[in-house]
Design a binder for this molecule. Structure first.
Ligand code: TRP
Length: 452
């Protein structure tokens, strides 16, 4: 059977950007930036993207396109009979952990879109906004129901395949997402008092930077660019032969960061204009945005626009997450693609319920904790802060010491068609020294072996 591929460079770009842009930009980035003090956190985050994110992303692209296989199959083919394939196995495991809680938050977003359309937020007060979100996270039914809707939508798209599903949907929806976020920014930035929000996002106060902040920024960089678990191996395996990998990675990282900044610029000015708390935690998006938007002219419409763009972001990112185990099951286990999609959706739903019911301490399963974290928090912490950076570290070690340099250089330059000697040299330097050194230091610090 012919393996599918994206049909053009533009399709490669939008699909990959669709994977990168997600709840990370709209839900995680704003609340983490708020919690860790704004501008300084942003700078560390940008450094992580350049020094760690891009090198890992290029590594994944090379592994994927060179083999044209799923995450496990790709490593098996490059290093037959060695344990390196477990980078892929670990990746599949990490993808499940992420999907368990990601599908839950995506469900909240879908539900909030529905509520915005229905007009639930007309003239809400702070207390109402809190009560409405509080009701969602403690409900045993609502979040589970919407998580199901998300998974049904994602499964339907994936069943259509790589070209008819992923490519077609991301090419239509990503440009729309940009337009919608620009509309929200326009409104936010023209509010009286918006300047304080802009200052908060860009003014760097290094006094607030802790080791925990650095680890969080690193984890966020991996999460944002969909790295460390084979997502970019899987998508890379669908790239066109003549795609410029350096160019695609750079464009995706830049555009994704732009979306994060635009989301921050929609959220923080509004937060400050209404005298609210920027560090409000994971609920920032679901309490502050409805509260604030409902109080301004055309707010009802903007609210629909905002949650619609968030729903697009969540959906296209989910596509890439679920594609990892789908490609794995289809290619390594010989299961037909539609069946592989359904098996995965069912599994994610079944375990994802644990996340949906434990997202809040007051939720039905919120009382079950281990070392202070419930299911939801464990899924998030283990994947973002441990498995993704660990996967990334193993990948750059693999690229530095196992895969022949000549093969890597060939893949990066499309068999010599691209004159990119300097970039290739820089890439080799980064994956051998910079990326692993940073990852190891941050890791040792986070497990307490050294103290930054
Ligand atoms: N990057 C997406 C976001 O920011 C989430 C995502 C998609 C992801 N695929 C991934 C995160 C792979 C980690 C690994 O929301």
């Amino acid at each position: 059977m012919d393996r599918e591929k994206f049909s053009s460079g533009l399709a490669v770009f939008f699909a990959t950007l669709g994977s990168a842009v997600g709840l990370g930009n709209i839900w995680k980035f704003p609340y983490l930036t708020g919690q860790y003090g704004g501008g300084a956190f942003l700078l560390v985050y940008l450094a992580c993207i350049v020094c760690v994110g891009l090198p890992v992303m290029y590594s994944e692209f090379v592994i994927g396109r060179r083999t044209r296989l799923n995450a496990v199959g790709a490593l098996k083919k490059l290093a037959p009979g060695t344990p390196w394939k477990h980078i892929g196995t670990m990746g599949v495991a990490a993808s499940y952990l992420i999907m368990f809680f990601y599908s839950c938050v995506a469900g909240w977003v879908y539900y909030y879109l529905f509520k915005a359309v229905r007009g639930d937020f007309a003239a809400v007060t702070m207390a109402d906004a809190k009560a409405q979100f509080g009701a969602v996270v403690v409900s045993p039914v609502t979040p589970v129901l919407w998580q199901f809707v998300v998974l049904a939508v994602v499964a339907a798209i994936l069943i259509m395949g790589v070209k008819n599903g992923i490519e077609r949907i991301t090419k239509t929806l990503m440009p729309l997402l940009f337009l919608l976020i620009l509309a929200c920014d326009l409104r936010a930035l023209t509010l009286p008092g918006a300047a304080d929000g802009v200052r908060f996002l860009f003014a760097a106060d290094f006094g607030k930077l802790s080791a925990a902040a650095v680890l969080t920024a690193l984890g966020l960089a991996f999460f944002k660019l969909s790295l460390g678990m084979g997502c970019m191996i899987t998508y890379g395996s669908y790239f066109t032969d003549d795609n410029n990998l350096f160019g695609t990675g750079l464009k995706v990282a830049l555009s994704d960061t732009l979306v994060s900044l635009l989301a921050g610029l929609a959220i923080f000015p509004t937060v400050f204009a209404f005298g609210l708390e920027p560090g409000a935690g994971p609920g920032l998006l679901f309490m502050t945005i409805p509260l604030v938007f409902s109080q301004m002219p055309f707010g009802g419409l903007l609210l629909v626009a905002f949650f619609f763009l968030a729903a697009i972001a969540a959906t296209t990112a989910m596509l890439s997450l679920v594609e990892v185990p789908v490609a794995y099951l289809a290619e390594e286990r010989g299961i037909r693609r539609p069946v592989a999609v359904l098996i995965n959706a069912a599994l994610i739903f079944a375990v994802g319920i644990l996340a949906a019911l434990s997202a809040d301490k007051a939720g039905p399963l919120g009382g079950i904790t281990l070392m202070g974290r419930g299911f939801f928090d464990w899924f998030d912490y283990l994947s973002s802060n441990i498995l993704l950076p660990l996967g990334g570290l193993l990948m750059v070690i693999f690229m530095s010491y196992v895969l022949p340099r000549r093969d890597i250089a060939r893949e990066l330059t499309n068999d010599g068609a691209l004159a990119a000697g300097r970039l290739v040299a820089f890439y080799f330097f980064a994956i051998r020294y910079i990326t692993p050194a940073l990852l190891i230091v941050i890791f040792l610090n986070s497990v307490g072996v050294i103290k930054l």
